[in-house]
Write a protein that binds this ligand. Structure first.
Ligand code: NOJ
Length: 550
């Protein structure tokens, strides 16, 4: 195992409220999740990322907290959470939680106090302007659902800033008291036993918002300060951040100009995500090759987190309009599937026409590309979306456990469920559920278990270095390699429909009895590397050479 556990982790993200309901009130809860830890252990995931767990009016799925030191009572108690940490640890599973501190809910007592009087001790915890800011209608993150970034508050008789919805006032990070409070929150959860945080909206946290300036400066020093604090409190804790910015800005989030990784440990690779979707849409690996080539080098200890789907829309904003349209055409042909003029609110299986070969190909590709893979709940069984639900809720439906009513998610009356289960069409829980797949060795779930097990025997992917194998390839085929202390893995993925044969004989001198450790079918012995067959939508993970420790 690597010293840095997160390099070789397999992360699984879930919303407690849609995962498993233990008390029949229609809302998933911590005890329900505890009951599913064995399922998660068998799947092979090593770290859970829990979406917000704090009390919240839930106007943005918990990303609007009213108390950072507590658990949403719908989910259980702090005692239940401590039990979850213990039970997960017993199974070798770590837990990280969402740290959403760019803003609070407008119902948070801090904001209520802040708006009540200019003399409130919390007044300066938020960002205010006395006069209408000229950039009031700029910088919205949710166009269509959000109309401004500054809103007038009658009680406060002032304008407050909110990068997201207007019920999410931004905290003022120029205020040292706010910084101290954030560190206290972090310490609290580390002390309870979490292994780190998924930090929400980092570029906005460090923004020194100036009214009238839509491009306010940023203060990266807070990230250095926070990292130091986290590491003193718990040496192996990790900060995994959401920072969807231009590639040339990414290195500053990992490290200061000295180059040593003294800020965030991990960033989600949004750039790769967009390119992966484009590559899958075009059936052409070129965008992935570009992504591998163009991503900035990381400082020591820095790591990418790869993903195909998360709890938000697929964000295609870093593609050109033409590229975005190509993805829309393939994966979001109806207006109703698109959102915020930049993305798609669908799950992967329906986007790929529920074609099992393509789903395997896409996930084999993601999990073999450099970094730590993040998997969203339900993807392992090929769940679909419900486009009749508003916005991003389409992909936040309850986990489909069984053939039982409500998909085995809850025993409540269906109208009491936090969100309806998918009960129609080819993604209905009667067709797609864990029970059905658990007993079927050919199921997608069984494949995920095998794939994850295989990945865990290939630590080069997480801890080593990944490069494109730059030799002539048939159209649609990508070959890449991962090299590390434990040896070398070679990966061949065919994004197209046509069967292909690839010549990797230049690797011959390095090969040491190469074998397929994962493939879409039995291709027989690897033998010489000059005529490797790979079927349309097929893939081969080949162990080329063993190094130390394997
Ligand atoms: C990013 C989160 O991923 C998203 O779900 C949320 O709405 C915003 N941040 C605001 O917290």
């Amino acid at each position: 195992m690597a010293d840095r556990w997160y390099s070789e982790a397999v992360v699984y993200c879930l919303d407690i409220d849609t995962y498993a309901d233990s008390d029949g009130d229609g809302v998933g809860d911590i005890r329900g999740l505890i009951g599913r830890l064995d399922y998660l252990a068998r799947l092979g995931v090593t770290c859970l990322w829990l979406h917000p767990i704090h009390p919240s009016p839930n106007r943005d799925d918990g990303y609007d907290a009213t108390d950072f030191y507590n658990i949403d009572p719908r989910f259980g108690t702090l005692g239940d959470f401590a039990e979850l940490l213990h039970q997960a640890q017993n199974r070798g599973i770590r837990i990280i939680i969402d740290l959403v501190v760019n803003h609070t809910s407008n119902e948070h007592p801090w904001f209520q106090s802040a708006r009540s009087s200019p003399d409130s001790p919390y007044r300066d915890w938020y960002v205010w302007a006395d006069h209408e800011p000229s950039d009031r209608h700029q910088g919205m993150v949710f166009p269509g659902e959000q109309h401004e970034t500054w809103t007038y508050d009658r009680t406060a008789k002032a304008w407050y800033y909110h990068r997201f919805y207007k019920f999410q006032p931004d905290l003022n990070f120029t205020n040292p008291a706010v910084r101290e409070e954030i560190k206290k929150i972090v310490s609290f959860w580390l002390q309870l036993g979490v292994s780190g945080f998924r930090m929400d909206a980092v570029p906005f946290i460090i923004e020194l918002t100036e009214s009238g300036n839509p491009n306010s400066p940023k203060d990266f020093e807070f990230l250095t300060e926070l990292r130091q604090h986290v590491q003193w409190r718990r040496g192996d804790a990790v900060l995994l951040a959401e920072a969807n910015v231009e590639p040339d800005q990414l290195p500053t989030f990992f490290a200061d100009s000295g180059g040593s990784g003294n800020r965030l440990h991990m960033l989600f690779d949004f750039m790769l995500n967009g390119r992966l979707m484009l590559a899958l849409a075009r059936q052409d690996p070129e965008p992935i090759i570009e992504a591998l080539r163009d991503t900035p080098a990381l400082p020591e200890g820095g790591q990418w987190a790869t993903f195909l789907r998360n709890h938000d829309e697929i964000d295609l904003s870093r593609l050109t309009a033409e590229q975005r349209n190509q993805v829309y055409e393939q994966f979001g042909p109806d207006e109703n599937m698109r959102i915020y003029d930049r993305g798609i609110r669908r799950r992967l299986a329906p986007m790929l026409g529920n074609d099992r070969r393509r789903i395997e190909l896409a996930y084999a590709l993601q999990f073999s590309l450099r970094g730590t893979p993040v998997l969203r709940y339900g993807e392992e069984i090929g769940m679909g979306e419900d486009l009749s639900l508003p916005g991003r809720e389409a992909i936040r439906t309850p986990m489909q456990w069984s053939y039982q009513p409500n998909a085995g998610f809850s025993t409540a009356d269906p109208e009491k469920l936090v969100r309806p289960v998918i009960d129609k069409g080819e993604f209905s829980y009667e067709k797609v559920n864990v029970t059905a797949q658990r007993s079927d060795q050919k199921s997608l779930l069984a494949w995920f278990e095998r794939m994850i097990r295989t990945l865990r025997e290939a630590p080069e992917v997480g801890s080593g270095s990944t490069t494109h194998i730059d030799v002539a390839m048939p159209p649609g085929v990508l070959a890449h390699r991962a090299d590390g202390r434990t040896g070398t893995m070679v990966f061949v993925h065919n994004l197209g429909t046509t069967d292909a044969e690839v010549d990797l004989s230049m690797l011959e001198p390095e090969a040491d009895l190469p074998i397929d450790v994962l493939a879409d079918r039995n291709y027989g012995e690897v033998g010489k590397l000059d005529r490797l067959k790979v079927a349309g939508y097929g893939y081969r993970w080949i162990r080329l050479r063993r190094g130390q420790g394997l």
